[in-house]
Design a protein around this ligand. Structure first.
Ligand code: THU
Length: 136
């Protein structure tokens, strides 16, 4: 479990990553900050495509970037999302991103979001995707 100050720091990084969002179609900007087991933080943002389906969420951008850097063990991810030009509001990971998290992380992996009141809400992957599919 991350301390409250660590959760806030990771959320600040997600807010920074959100500035890099490429979302001309939805205009919904998302940033993610992934805390790896070695203490490094890998950032991601959503990247959209005019063909729509090739678009990628911020969480998966961060996880895929980390894996490409040789990292496969993760402690937590913070997610900041909301309409472009507005302060980040509530944004919980989509089902596809939850499944990708389950590929690399256990049920105690921490997912840090903002709730409807704008406060930090810390959830576990076990809460977000119980009884998930695993091939291996
Ligand atoms: N999106 C994310 O990046 N993460 C989420 O958890 C939910 C949705 C992106 C995908 C798309 O670019 C935009 O938000 C609107 O759905």
């Amino acid at each position: 479990m991350l301390a409250g100050t660590e959760e806030m720091k990771l959320m600040e990084e997600a807010v920074k990553a959100r500035q890099r969002s490429y979302c001309p179609y939805s205009k919904f900007a998302v940033g993610a900050a992934l805390l790896c087991e070695d203490g490094t933080i890998v950032l991601g943002c959503n990247v959209e495509s005019g063909a729509y389906s090739p678009s990628n969420c911020a969480e998966r951008t961060a996880i895929f970037a980390a894996v490409a850097q040789g990292k496969r063990k993760f402690r937590a991810i913070a997610v900041a999302g909301g309409n472009q030009g507005e302060t980040a509001g509530p944004c919980y990971p989509c089902g596809v991103c939850r499944q990708v998290m389950a590929e690399f992380c256990g049920e105690d992996f921490q997912v840090i979001c903002k709730n409807e009141e704008g406060q930090i809400e810390s959830l576990t992957l076990g809460e977000l995707l119980p009884r998930n599919f695993k091939l291996l």
